[in-house]
Design a protein around this ligand. Sequence first.
Ligand code: HXC
Length: 259
Amino acid sequence: MGYENILIEEKNGIVVLSINRPKALNALNAGVFKDLDHFFTENYSNENVKAVVITGVGDKAFAAGADIKEFMGMSEEQGTNLSRKGMAVFEKIENFSKPVIAAVNGFSLGGGNELAMSCHFIVASEKARFGQPEVNLGLITGYGGTQRLPRYVGQAKAMELLLTGDMINAQEAKSLGLVSHVVEHGNEVEKSVEILNKIITKSPFAIAKMIETVNAFSDNKKNGFEIEANNFGKTISSYDGQEGAKAFLEKRKPKFKGR
Ligand code: HXC
């Protein structure tokens, strides 16, 4: 499918997906959500896609939030639906079977920051700025910010950031645990690809099960320990799990098949 609001570049199985609305600081409109939904649905089981980096086109923004132009005249029902639909797309990203890194190249605000947080972790440019400015608009977050930000930074700090709407810089975001790496401006995609190149040498089956199991940590409807035991069983009895153990004992590199 040809996308209108995102750019896709693929190299060695790593896709760099760029939000492509630089004139609006990559604000997330319905078109961006449609493209993200399609990409992450289509590629869940596509073996040619091994990992994804999400970034923003241009020098200034990862994504400066939901597109505020779409808020005009919105009813309560429409607002709830907008929120639910966006959350469903971000859940697909969070539960994607392959690793997804947000390479934050500038403003990561509101819905944009909620997108970054739904990725598996975040690599940031030293110039990146993070925040949930919804309160400045008389709103609350709608794409999971109240739930995901506390998971990254703890409830009290998340509460402060959500209630003040303040922006923080990349170093502060790293010291709080929101960001995993801060790099020179312009190197955030390269650093993400470097990390992903390491991850994709491992068993894709084990990686998928690891993502599923770690995500259970923040889902209070699930028993993460039970899921870990079951998924350990699945990986140890898989071709790759047996091959990994055998290769170790034979002092050679494993040859994984992804099953
Ligand atoms: C629509 C946006 C936008 C947004 C920026 N633009 N953010 N358009 N929605 N979220 C547009 C501006 O209108 C402007 O268009 C162009 O991008 C450049 O932005 P400027 O404001 O001129 O740039 P600058 O002065 O450098 O300020 C950068 C900024 C500011 C601090 C990031 O743009 C800003 O505060 N943006 C809004 C951030 C925000 O409140 N986000 C949360 C949205 S609510 P023109 O046409 O004038 O050139 C949200 C809720 C999600 O995300 C949940 C929904 C269910």
